[in-house]
Design a binder for this molecule. Sequence first.
Ligand code: HEM
Length: 187
Amino acid sequence: MKGVVFNLLEEAVGRAFGPETWDVLIDASGVSGVYTSLGNYPDEEIEALVAAAMAALSLDRDQVLRWFGQNAIPVLAELYPAFFTGSEDGRTFVEGVNHIIHAEVRKLYPGAACPHFHMHTDASGDLIMDYLSARNMCALAQGFVEGAAAWFGQPVDFRHLRCTQQGDPQCSFALTWSPMAARDEAA
Ligand code: HEM
């Protein structure tokens, strides 16, 4: 996993709980705690930090990953504003995760092993996303989507239809997007 993800986790934890909480997690997980954004670090280290957060907060792995995704988005929006201002709404932002966001991420962070999402719109208009990654971080994806929905002010109903952790062959989500708040009409 790229160091930038560890940097993001540190920033999200620091903002929510204070910087000393990051040190507590580092100590509890036994990881080095030194991460450069371009470096590559074993997935076991992010899992050890997540496990330490699970123990500290009495949450399960999915809850910690989902919290991380939700809280990473405001940080990402400060670090990479163009990814956000380039999308007209939350749905468009999420639809661009493969060919815009993660495509740019791979240029910025060579060697990044970003997940892939198969996407289509079903007959009801829902966005169907299949999550393809050996990392089993579907809850992180959910958190990113929910964080983006909050950032854009476009509520989303996120349903986890299938999950590899429940024995399904792949993870699949259905997203029902509400209309954006009518900022222009209100003006
Ligand atoms: C809705 C939007 C997004 C979704 C659903 C999403 C999903 C994910 C997930 C689930 C992972 C964990 C790795 C895995 O599952 O294999 C990941 C990794 C990553 N994502 Fe995204 N992401 C989103 C937006 C972003 C944005 C805005 C950025 C940065 C500007 C970003 C940068 C990264 C990076 C750097 C990694 C690590 C790849 C690696 O270490 O090899 N993502 N993403």
